[in-house]
Design a protein around this ligand. Structure first.
Ligand code: CA
Length: 224
């Protein structure tokens, strides 16, 4: 799970990042609203922790713009201000939950768990199907008819993204961000390597599904 922390108090932001990473999350930090919105719009996050008082763009504006772009990532607003009007404004802008500083680490972690459980996304289903393929989440298995194969974690993540997007083209950049994240020094080349692993596996499974290359753009699935 990947969490975006948008918080201008550098110390608090890094405390939050440590707390989340200790608890098995991947966490990225932004210190102002503009960078926060930019990152949030990439749609690679499972939860966003958003402070209200921020330089450049305040948290409410970030949230309003995010929702206006159709991005439904759960947002947990963090603020020192506890007045009722702020809470109402936050919820009106599309916040999923409100936490007043200072808060207990346990409370924050419980909120994050609750918000990610609620996410009604396709990716939470146990089996994804496309053409003659089935991708089984809890065992990292890709199967076709009576043949099946275990995938590595990254192969699984990539196959899942391709299957969720189906015939829609997913860009190399997006695959790179969603699978390797911002901090990693992975390059386009990694995407190509994993696509070639997956193609070999599809062939081995005798699937009619192919990963099609769209030159200069990215990849999509195709079934014959
Ligand atoms: Ca602040």
């Amino acid at each position: 799970m990947r969490v975006l922390i948008v918080e201008d108090e550098v110390r608090l932001a890094s405390t939050l990042q440590d707390l989340l990473e200790l608890n098995g999350y991947t966490a990225d930090v932004c210190h102002d609203g503009e960078a926060g919105l930019d990152n949030a719009l990439s749609a690679i996050y499972d939860v966003i922790l958003l402070d209200v008082m921020l330089p450049k763009l305040d948290g409410f504006t970030v949230l309003r713009r995010l929702r206006a772009e159709g991005n439904a990532t759960p947002v947990l607003m963090l603020t020192a201000r506890s007045e009722l009007s702020d809470r109402v404004e936050g919820l009106d802008c599309g916040a999923d939950y409100y936490l007043t500083k200072p808060f207990e680490p346990k409370e924050l972690l419980a909120c994050i768990r609750a918000l990610t459980r609620r996410q009604p996304e396709l990716r939470n289903t146990d089996v994804l199907e496309y053409g003659d393929l089935k991708l089984i989440k809890n065992s990292f298995t890709l199967s076709c008819g009576d043949r099946s194969l275990r995938l590595s974690r990254k192969e699984f993540d990539m196959m899942e993204l391709l299957m969720l997007n189906r015939e829609l083209v997913i860009t190399k950049e997006n695959l790179l961000l969603k699978i390797w994240g911002y901090e990693s020094d992975a390059e386009d080349n990694n995407v190509e390597v994993y696509v070639s692993f997956l193609r070999k596996k599809l062939e081995h499974l005798h699937s009619t599904v192919k990963i099609k290359t769209i030159r200069m753009v990215g990849y999509c699935l195709e079934k014959s």
